[in-house]
Design a protein around this ligand. Sequence first.
Ligand code: FAD
Ligand code: N01
Length: 527
Amino acid sequence: MRDHDVIVIGAGFSGLYQLHRLRQLGFDAHVLEAGGDVGGTWYWNRYPGARCDVESIEYSYSFDPRLEQEWDWSERYSAQPELLAYAQHVAERYSLRQDITFDTRVERLDWDDDATRWTVMTGDGETRAAQFVIAATGCLSVPSRPVFEGLEDFAGELYWTSSWPHGGVDLAGKRVAVIGTGSSGLQTITAIAPVVGELTVFQRTASFAVPAHNGPNDERLAEARTRYREIRASSRMSSSGFQCPDSTRLLAEADAEDVRREFDRRWADGGLCFTDAFQEILTDLAANEAAAEYVRSRIREKVKDPVLAEKLSPRAYPIASKRMCVDTGYFEVYNQDNVSLVDLSEEPIRRITGRGILAGDTEHEFDVIVLATGFDAMTGALGAIDIRHGSRTLREKWAHGPRTYLGLMSAGFPNLFTVTGPQSPSVLSNMMTSIEYHVDWISCALEHLREHGLSRMEPTLEAEDNWVNTTNDLAALTLMPRAASWYMGANIPGKQRVFMPFVGGVGTYRQIGEAVAMSYYHGFELS
Ligand code: FAD
Ligand code: N01
């Protein structure tokens, strides 16, 4: 049995940087990855139009200034092929692949108290041991595959956005259905509408989308390269993990013209900072509704048919209580003659048939069905691994919602760390900022243990309970839990509804993490 200091699970942006840091510190680390290459999200999600929603200048690593200067981001929001090429470049540049085993899924982890080691079992029947395991398994890496009656009867082509074929798919001239109108659905719909013969979108809930104003990136990149350190430093202390001018103003105290001007300005800038226009948008329903209604007014401007515009106007949840979509011409697609919308609140999907989809009383015929139905987020990948400490399993412990200290560890499961785990800012932020922070924190903790001749680390139950209560209490101060979102686990039947990320912001979280580390890991037991 091969024995390592550290096994890292996953070779996405988290796993790659984690491996690099551990090797720099002289640990014997090895990565196990289920996919055939590096890239994680950007390896799997190859659907047409896939791109990031945080500008590439910031949705990128900051740990090596030379990498920042070398790598060219061609667009303001890079598309999947460029993001995957970046992950591959990083793997090459730091010679990471030699310590990664691909096509290998971790299925079980067993903690051995006497040996102070995890036994790591993989799908190919191999077993390895490691003193520490770091789960860099991703927050959005386990697709949600809802049960549609008759799916196996469909005689045409069927694709999931989350596992799009590597060779691409020829959709030219075909009759295509897309089920799902979250970020993946919106991006797919926008990209394929000009190519397909007919496109029918099956929408259960309309989404808020703000414009990307995507385009060539030369000027932005040149400017960023002159002050990258400053950008990174302020993003690390910001609430979202990227440059977003936080407002100090309350909407309630601004007059109507002022409010309109601020929304117009942010709409013209594009991107997710739109809802940072006023301080109370995520805490006050009236302010939230003002922002939501502004977006709806923009949808009405874009979509010529007023009935369609209304159907596309989100009303089911407060704006930004689900991650907003950043669009590149989504709503305009519905002005095309070959595009139609089926509103599932009026005509629910009854079943998939051999020829297509039966919604309400109408059977729609298709050559291709695309499913963009999301992910078992935040806990899905960890829940898929049978993680055991004696008779205790992490699955049972988390059955009523995840329980962690700082989103980094869970009591009862020593020496097991999670990168961007539940109860950390993770999916509410620019993930690159949050990934780098967690990787650095974990790496420093392992270095600390080694320097002090210690071999075991675990949070106390008390620290964990306090942290879980804190994250729940903070979420309850906001409108976030009001959406039936994947943040809440609401998209997975039977999953406990609990708001999973830490809403307090990246900068605040970082300060807490630093204070814990500097106090010799207050709330953790080290031995
Ligand atoms: P992942 O990239 O998900 O990588 C995890 C890896 O772990 C995967 O390769 C998986 O195969 C592997 N793995 C999981 N379980 C096992 C196992 N049991 N055994 C072996 N291997 C395993 N975030 C942003 O901040 N901005 C964006 O613009 C953005 N865009 C996104 C677009 C899409 C389509 C999606 C799905 C997510 C997006 N995200 C975005 C979130 C994105 O997941 C993160 O930004 C980031 O890529 C996560 O990196 P990661 O390495 O933590 O996880
Ligand atoms: O998944 P989603 P996603 N019948 O859960 C619908 C990141 N990301 O992959 O809302 C019919 O948001 C579901 O309907 P409803 C980003 O963080 C980023 O799109 O549950 N419909 C919804 O419309 C994002 O938030 C980018 O009513 C069903 C859709 O499927 C996260 O990943 C791009 C259904 C799922 O939307 C997830 O986004 C892509 C059913 N049975 C992803 N089940 C960027 O732009 C589900 N739906 C950076």
